[in-house]
Design a protein around this ligand. Structure first.
Ligand code: ZN
Length: 460
């Protein structure tokens, strides 16, 4: 019998066939054995705990889209953000890679791959952002897909989209051919521009009017278009951070017609509602889209339960409280995004699995298996099976913590859930066989993370 590197004993293991009490054997960074006799140099006793595949968060922002004097950017970089990720049980992140002015996607990607190689604590991948669908960019989509980057992000929320819909649609046809997944930010630019003007003209200057500048109708209309683009182009289409019941209904009907259409939602839309903006420091909850109503939140939970929602991803893009509450900003100008990598999985466990709203299987699917499949990394990532990377969470379902963002890893210094009691936290986070976090203490070197090789999209 070989002596393995690590064995995790007596935990309830979330395998592809469901939860079972099994020992997990790890050797050379991979899972090599489930159940049976084994011995190892290092052992973890996981009695009473759950052993889950490490989180795959396919939507984070850890590289600045632009730099220069007077331009500020998110509080977390690759190192800080991935440290927060490991403390929260996320072992792989998918970062949005923005080309800068005059750059092609491949150039931005080169810089961001280097950034990840030098600084990431987790394994990582990048989605190149398509800002300008010129001929060169259209040629790059299949090249990048072949080179292991089979995804591309498009913003319907940018005015440049409406100025050039034809070419963006061409890009989607090219993506369909290349097996590249198209990630779409679905909010209608013109409607939001108009709503911003209406709010300004009505003299509404308080931050709490933020939701009126990005109403549900702007999301619904853009989502309708996204579904149409998916249908005509044939591209696998991934709607990022969907926030409303109306937009979810649009996607449900597209999925019912058999389209390769997938929905991501974000923790804030599962846990918070629009009324938060009426708090004195409500601007700290600003994300795009804004928080919605209770019925929207309920519809998204129903989608997580029944499969209409494929993934729960953070869109981690934090700012400090001072930046969020900046009084110089009008309601249409608030800085969007917040820190969620350290709380995303524990919150979904606490308010989902622990409350019996979602099953263990659904938790694993939306946090790990589905993103790994959609973005071409399964079964290297996204499951607990022999041959897969030993990316694991040993989760203690009894551990209660009060969220305090000032003590967490993100440089934001606050969490939108400050003061919430959350039950169920990672006791150990393991990445390719290494114990990289114990509780919230992270012990991992920047640059240990590797770029995950990805395959073109295959329909699950
Ligand atoms: Zn984003």
């Amino acid at each position: 019998m070989i002596v393995m590197d690590l064995v995790i004993r007596n935990g309830t293991v979330a395998t592809v066939s469901g939860g079972a009490v099994l020992d997990v054997g790890v050797e050379g960074g991979q899972i090599v054995q489930l159940g049976g006799t084994m011995s190892a140099k290092q052992e973890i006793d996981a009695e009473g705990m759950f052993v889950l595949p490490g989180g795959v968060d396919p939507h984070v922002h850890l590289t600045p889209p632009r730099t220069g004097p007077g331009l500020d950017s998110w509080a977390d970089n690759f190192e800080i953000g991935t440290r927060a990720a490991l403390a929260g049980g996320v072992t792989t992140v998918g970062n949005m890679s923005f080309p800068r002015k005059g750059e092609q996607m491949s150039e931005g990607l080169k810089r961001d791959v280097e950034d990840g190689n030098n600084n990431s604590l987790t394994d990582f991948f990048h989605h190149p952002v398509l800002l300008d669908p010129d001929l060169e960019a259209l040629e790059e989509i299949p090249e990048l897909a072949m080179a292991g980057h089979p995804s591309v992000k498009i913003f319907l929320s940018f005015k440049r989209f409406d100025r050039n819909v034809d070419d963006f649609l061409r890009a989607m046809r090219v993506a369909a051919q290349a097996g590249s997944v198209v990630l779409l930010h679905c909010e209608d630019a013109a409607l939001m521009g108009c709503c911003g003007e209406l709010v300004r003209e009505a003299g509404l200057t308080a931050h709490r009017h933020y939701p009126e500048t990005r109403p549900v109708v702007a999301e619904r209309i853009a989502t309708e278009r996204a579904v149409g683009f998916c249908e005509i182009s044939g591209a696998a289409t991934y709607v990022v951070h969907l926030s409303s019941q109306a937009a979810l209904d649009v996607c449900r009907s597209g999925r019912a017609r058999g389209l390769p259409l997938y929905v991501e939602t974000r923790p804030i839309y599962l846990h918070l509602e629009r009324a938060r903006f009426d708090e004195p420091d409500g601007a700290k909850y600003a994300g795009a889209p804004p928080l919605r109503e209770e019925h929207d939140r309920d519809a998204l939970w129903a989608g997580v339960v029944d499969g209409a929602v494929s993934t729960v991803a953070t869109d981690h893009a934090p700012w400090t409280l001072e930046q969020k509450l900046d009084p110089a900003l009008g309601p249409a100008e608030l800085r969007q995004g917040m820190a969620e990598l350290e709380t995303s999985l524990p919150m979904l466990w606490s308010l989902g699995v622990a409350l019996k709203r979602i099953s263990l299987n659904r938790f694993v699917e939306v946090t790990s298996t589905n993103p790994a499949k959609l973005f071409g990394m399964y079964p290297q990532k996204g499951c607990i099976a022999p041959g897969s990377d030993a990316d694991l969470i040993v989760l203690d379902p009894e551990e209660k913590r009060i969220v305090d963002g000032s003590k967490m890893h993100s440089a934001a210094g606050y969490s939108p859930y400050d003061g919430w009691e959350v039950t169920g936290w990672p006791k150990f986070t393991i990445s390719r066989g290494e114990i990289v976090a114990e509780g919230s203490t992270v012990d991992a070197a920047p640059g240990r993370g590797i770029l995950v090789p990805r395959r073109p999209f295959e329909r699950p």
